[in-house]
Design a protein around this ligand. Structure first.
Ligand code: SF4
Ligand code: SF4
Length: 236
């Protein structure tokens, strides 16, 4: 289907609905999503219009105590689990479930924004290749969302491979395991970041020095070891 909802695997992304703006640990995100889903399933009736805003209000009140990373970023409570096994996350009021093309108007953003938004990673010409790599390595939808929304990190990594003259084909094949290792390290601190997918990349990484600064800031000493390993494998 798309980076948001891959055809294969049991994971999906919901980062742009504001989930990671909440200061929670990965396990707590799952608990919150399960709570929302179960409350939604027991209180919202698609035939009863006012059950949508009541659910929204109730959840906003219940979640108001959770500290936020950025007070200006909204956390939509309609994001929950959308499959029977509660593994894939997504919009519980998406028209494919409600049958109403405008049902997302019950949310803060409204149907036109919810349906038109595509993040940078989803728009990328490499989206399918990143999707397959992230599906392969993510153990659940929270991890998959961290990976899929992290467009600045992805863009920096693509630039790094370009600067060291390694093609994108080789990145996804020959260097697949190394790239996965890098993202696994990234995942150790992803929960601390407010990954919404709409962060602005102010630094366009014009050269290797800029990338070096960025990756050292994001990954610490691990970056140097990883880069040296890459150079050994590709001395060219
Ligand atoms: S952050 Fe990107 S990949 Fe994730 S749900 Fe939003 S548009 Fe899709
Ligand atoms: S209503 Fe919009 S913001 Fe809320 S979960 Fe659905 S798509 Fe995301």
């Amino acid at each position: 289907m798309s980076l948001c909802h891959p055809d294969v695997g049991n994971v999906s992304c919901g980062a742009c609905c504001g989930l990671f703006n909440l200061k929670l640990q990965p396990k707590e995100f799952k608990t919150l999503l399960l709570e929302r889903t179960s409350e939604f399933q027991t209180t919202v009736n698609f035939e009863v219009r006012h059950s949508f805003p009541i659910f929204r209000k109730e959840r906003e009140t219940k979640e108001a105590h959770i500290p936020k990373k950025d007070d200006m970023t909204y956390n939509c409570p309609f994001l929950g689990y959308v499959d029977p096994t509660k593994q894939r996350i997504g919009c519980m009021i998406h028209p494919i479930f409600t049958g109403d093309p405008k049902s997302q108007n019950f949310s803060f953003y409204g149907a036109s924004i919810c349906q038109a938004y595509d993040c940078k990673n989803k728009e990328s010409i490499l989206a399918d290749l990143w999707e397959s790599l992230f599906v392969e390595m993510a153990k659940d939808s929270v991890e998959y969302s961290f990976l899929s929304a992290d467009h600045i990190f992805v863009s920096a990594l693509e630039k790094f491979f370009q600067f060291v003259n390694i093609s994108m084909d080789r990145l996804f094949q020959e260097f697949r395991l190394e790239v996965m290792d890098l993202f696994r390290t990234r995942l150790l601190t992803s929960a601390e970041k407010n990954l919404t997918s709409f962060e602005i990349n102010y630094d366009n990484f014009p050269d290797l020095n800029a990338l070096e600064d960025y990756f050292t800031k994001e990954l610490g000493e691990y970056w140097k070891d990883w880069r040296e390993g890459m150079i050994k494998k590709n001395p060219g």
